[in-house]
Design a protein around this ligand. Structure first.
Ligand code: F6P
Length: 357
């Protein structure tokens, strides 16, 4: 009998999701003769009645899909079915409705494409259905544990690097300090990688405690050497350990890029401008690297299901596609190693990390 597998994308979108959906559908069809059911808007689609789901046609998933950004299935990073916000403001556990929808779709297995938060929810949600579930890691933040790469990260780094390439000439033309705030949630992966690739002078990440006076000192040193402009990359979650008297009321928090530009202008006397890259990092066409990763992980996810295994996440490790227990993924985070290769490279290039210590 033909098997039916479901696929959904959950959490914030990123480049490469369509390539995962395509790879899963093609592998299921050509490798095993299975049908793939695409579920719309992550778990929200499973709360609709009838469920928002449709069979994906392999013939329609051509090359155009592999290079399209976003997810054609739709996604959500709201509406946790275990604590679903109702119109009256109350929270309701609607997880049973999701399990019912999965049973009604007569699926034999599920692939969920998500970050660590989504994978934790999906795993818990689908456990009562008894269906094998395989996760595919995606997030521009690249913070999923036990995989070296998550789908979407390469593209986000490419976009942030391109932004630095564009900020450099305008900063140099006006003798300005150009601050670029990048996403990454609680991790500095995008910031450190783009900072190195884009030739930044300063990179500030949550994993390295930094102080404003160290950044000011570094920029002053550059100016003393004859440099008139500077490129600064700051991760959105990079707090700082400045012992300013007004730290409680004047902490960077959200909007650290704008905060930093204002402080740098005030303390160095130079003009400074902030650019907050935001969702631009998510919406682009995936890089070739993201398409390759998406394709390899998507294929392996189906193979894991074909072997009758579940509760796994496919992962990229040491140039290989592997799979790991979801138990070793959820609740953990993969942040930048402060002693790792990228941080060491940045330091060796003379990039200031603002070290507080
Ligand atoms: O996790 C991906 C991400 O883009 C983070 O980098 C960022 O902090 C967050 O999602 C933004 O979420 P939203 O799309 O809800 O504004």
């Amino acid at each position: 009998m033909t098997k039916r597998i479901g696929i959904l994308t959950s959490g914030g979108d990123c480049a490469g999701l369509n390539a995962v959906i395509r790879a899963v559908t093609l592998r299921a069809h050509y490798g095993y003769g299975w049908k793939t059911i695409g579920i719309g808007y992550g778990t929200l689609g499973l709360l609709e009645r009838p469920a928002n789901a449709r069979e994906l046609e392999p013939a329609r998933l051509d090359a155009a899909l592999a290079h399209r950004g976003g997810t054609f299935l739709g996604s959500t990073n709201r509406g946790d079915p275990f604590a679903f916000a109702m119109p009256d403001g109350s929270l309701r556990d609607r997880s049973g409705e999701v399990a019912d929808a999965i049973r009604a779709l007569r699926l034999d297995g599920l692939v969920g494409v998500g970050g660590d938060g989504s994978l934790a929810i999906l795993r818990r949600l689908f456990a009562p259905t008894g269906l094998p579930f395989v996760g595919v890691p995606k997030t521009i933040d690249n913070d999923v544990a036990n995989t070296e790469r998550a789908v979407g990260y390469s593209t986000a780094v490419a976009i942030a690097t391109e932004a630095l390439d564009r900020l450099q000439p305008t900063g140099a033309s006006h003798d300005r300090i150009m601050v670029l705030e990048v996403m990454g949630r609680d991790a500095g992966h995008i910031a450190i990688a783009a900072g190195i690739a884009g030739g930044a002078d300063v990179v500030l990440i949550p994993e390295v405690r930094w102080r404003l006076d160290r950044v000011v000192g570094h920029i002053a040193g550059l100016r003393a050497e004859g440099r008139t402009s500077a490129l600064v990359v700051v991760a959105e979650a990079a707090g700082q350990s400045d012992e300013a008297a007004d730290a409680a009321t004047d902490a960077p928090g959200r909007g650290v890029g704008e905060w930093l530009a204002q402080r740098l202008a005030r303390t160095t006397g130079a003009e400074a401008r902030a650019t907050v890259l935001g969702h631009v990092q998510r919406g682009a066409e995936p890089t070739a690297e993201d398409r390759l990763l998406a394709s390899a992980l998507g294929v392996h996810a189906v193979d894991v299901l074909a072997e009758g295994r579940g509760d796994r996440m496919v992962a990229w490790w040491n140039r290989q596609v592997i799979d790991v227990p979801l138990d070793e993924v959820v609740g953990r985070s993969h942040t930048v190693d402060p002693d790792g290769a990228l941080v060491r490279t940045a330091r060796a290039l003379g990039i200031c990390l603002g070290d507080a210590a």
